[in-house]
Design a protein around this ligand. Structure first.
Ligand code: CP
Ligand code: NVA
Length: 315
């Protein structure tokens, strides 16, 4: 039974999930969304507790986890980097051991992927990566759900990520697309190309799924894309590099002219948000009819509810 494969597992990156497991979570998320639309909110997290650790700011991720868990009877506890000793005055593994005695699961948003891994190793409870410098896996799940709401099964569809190809969002999209057979092209200046080590990790799953993974500098590569996806030019923690990014990524703004270059009248615009209008995307496009950014934001909640239900053994 696939549900038994999830109990107790963490979600740190999609690299250690099989395609059929991701498929199961997507289907569960769709079911959870339909239930929510009908007002069928249960008490499935009653008696459970969730630690929400945030070293970096968040609107969507915090609200998605907190409302998804709380509305079904769970008790989420928000802990910012100002509140707890994580890595400051207490080793991360010691904090992990203590939290594991009090909480059913932990969500971590922060800088180092290694901190998420240490929390998972020492807490003994599922740890959800709510964004690190390296990955943003729960975002990518919501993105695939959104793609499928528009085009059906994501396998065989083409998604172009235009922007900083080394960032957490691009990296998680590369992995999930490789697993699910989504053709993904990262379009960026060579200085911001995805890490070759990550591309190498994506090769075996891409071969198995039939995903075509490409990296290119030429914007003409958007031709045929079902979705154009972008993200801020300087991620949290990289604010000092903003000037350089504007110089490198200025020509890569996603706008109506670039949407037209897809050659598809039904192509959609995607963004994890928050967006800086006038930089990586025009206000016209983000606020316009091709934008699915608001659906992606809503799907963050349904997808994390599905992940928590599965990994807490509640389905
Ligand atoms: N997309 C996303 O993770 O948004 P927040 O930074 O607001 O959580
Ligand atoms: N790449 C962005 C994503 C924000 C959700 C960042 O890390 O700031």
């Amino acid at each position: 039974m696939i549900t038994q494969q999830f109990k107790g597992r963490s979600l740190l990156t999609w690299l250690d999930y099989q395609a059929e497991e991701i498929r199961y979570l997507l289907d569960l998320s769709q079911q959870v969304k339909e239930e929510a639309r009908k007002g069928e909110i249960g008490r499935r997290f009653a008696g459970k507790t969730l630690a929400l650790l945030f070293e970096k700011r968040s609107t969507r991720t915090r609200c998605a986890f907190e409302t998804a868990f709380g509305e079904e009877g769970g008790h989420p506890v928000f802990l910012s980097g100002q509140d707890i000793h994580l890595g400051v005055k207490e080793a991360v593994e010691d904090t992990a051991r203590v939290l594991g005695r009090m909480f059913s699961a932990i969500q971590f948003r922060g800088f180092k992927q290694s901190a998420a891994e240490t929390l998972a190793e020492y807490s003994g409870v599922p740890v959800y990566n709510g964004l690190t410098d390296s990955f943003h896996p729960t975002q990518a799940l919501a993105d695939i759900q959104t793609l499928e709401e528009n085009f059906g099964n994501a396998a065989g569809k083409k998604l172009c990520f235009v922007g900083d190809g080394r960032n957490n969002v691009a990296r998680s999209l590369l992995v999930i697309c490789a697993k699910l057979g989504v053709h993904v092209t990262v379009i960026c200046p060579p200085e911001l190309s995805p890490d070759p080590a990550l591309l190498a990790l994506c090769e075996p799953p891409a071969r198995a799924s039939g995903a075509n993974i490409r990296v290119a500098a030429d914007l003409k590569e958007v031709e045929g894309a079902h979705a154009l996806y972008t993200d801020v030019w300087a991620s949290m923690g990289e604010e000092g590099q903003k000037e350089e990014r504007i110089r490198l990524l200025g020509p890569y703004q996603v706008n109506q002219a670039l949407m037209d270059m897809t050659g598809r009248a039904d192509s959609i615009f995607m963004h994890c948000l928050p967006a800086i209008k006038g930089e990586e995307v025009t206000a016209e496009l983000l606020d316009g009819p091709r934008s699915r950014a608001w659906d992606e934001a809503e799907n963050r909640k349904h997808t994390v509810k599905a992940v928590m239900l599965a990994t807490l053994g509640l389905v």
